[in-house]
Design a protein around this ligand. Structure first.
Ligand code: SF4
Length: 295
């Protein structure tokens, strides 16, 4: 499908792909997919002016279900390639999507360095508490003791407190959404795209095929919006408490936001006061002299 360059009258159908969805009925990926398109359209961003990066997982199949610039790479490695693309062209909004399985196992180092480096990208965590694509293996976020296909007697390991871990890294933007509330998730994503540094967006989603402990109904019954309770998103300690306390109720919305901290590109001394981007500076170089040194 040819990409329209005129963004007047942008609509969700501009992000339409002919590829058929292969997600299971009731999968939370549908809600996240819809919210992402809606957020981009409401921000007036056409498909040729955004990059969406995916790694392996059920969520990663979204890369075929959208029109525009997309990159689909290795399991758990979405942050490095999203950050690299952002470095090359800082003018482009870059969204990186990962699942809870990969992001909190082999991808966890990238998450740590993504946050501490303050790469100005949005990271969207598809949090369904298991590895769905590989048929219901326990992830680090599956509750301890929960029976899963790979641990029928109950997962023996401790569950990682993901939000406590994220807050320990001194993030500048932390939000939590729910795939069943597309309107709220759209607003969260719009704020995340507008954030100065690394935006971490945890999205609770149902996986009706393999996750029998955090179902769509259970999540719907427990979530509440922090904006309805007057939460001040500049209060980091309060945000951390709201994020980790998921016992009775689960907070959603923009939990923490700090726009005072410079991002990675702003901290790069050689790029300061440079008006062009690296992609605009690409040109043919004559390396003949350099090569002569090796002959
Ligand atoms: Fe969605 Fe789970 Fe099916 Fe994967 S296995 S498509 S996460 S419902």
């Amino acid at each position: 499908m040819p990409i329209k360059l005129d963004t007047t009258g942008l609509s969700m159908s501009d992000y339409h792909s002919e590829n058929k969805c292969t997600w299971c009925d009731g999968c939370g990926d549908y809600g996240i997919w819809t919210a992402v398109k809606k957020a981009l359209v409401e921000l007036g961003i056409p498909p040729h002016e955004v990059l969406m990066c995916f790694d392996v997982g059920c969520h990663g199949n979204m890369s075929d279900k959208l029109t525009g610039y997309r990159f689909h790479g290795l399991h758990g490695r979405v942050i490095p390639f999203a950050a690299g693309a952002k470095m090359a062209n800082p003018k482009l909004p870059v969204l990186a999507f990962g699942g809870d399985g990969a992001s909190f196992s082999e991808g966890i180092g990238h998450l740590v360095h993504g946050i501490r480096s303050q790469y100005p990208i949005v990271f969207i965590l598809h949090n369904n508490g298991n590895y769905g694509l590989t048929t219901g293996q326990a992830s680090s976020l599956t509750p301890q003791g929960q029976a899963m296909n790979t641990s029928p007697n109950g997962m023996p390991e401790q569950t990682l407190n993901s939000m406590d871990f994220i807050f320990s890294l001194e993030p500048t933007f932390v939000a939590r959404g729910f795939s069943g509330d597309i309107k709220q998730l759209t607003g969260i994503l719009k704020e995340a795209i507008g954030h100065r540094g690394f935006a971490f967006v945890d999205v609770l989603q149902a996986c009706p095929t393999y996750n029998k402990f955090a179902t769509h109904t259970m999540l719907m019954d427990r979530v509440y919006k922090v904006e309805d309770e007057g939460h001040d998103a500049s209060d980091r300690e309060k945000a951390r408490k709201l994020a980790i306390d998921t016992g009775e109720r689960i907070s959603t919305g923009v939990l923490y936001r700090n726009e005072e901290i410079p991002n990675f590109i702003e901290r790069l001394v050689p790029r300061q006061n440079v008006k062009t981007t690296p992609v605009e500076e690409v040109k043919v170089q004559d390396v003949t002299k350099l090569m002569e040194e090796f002959i």
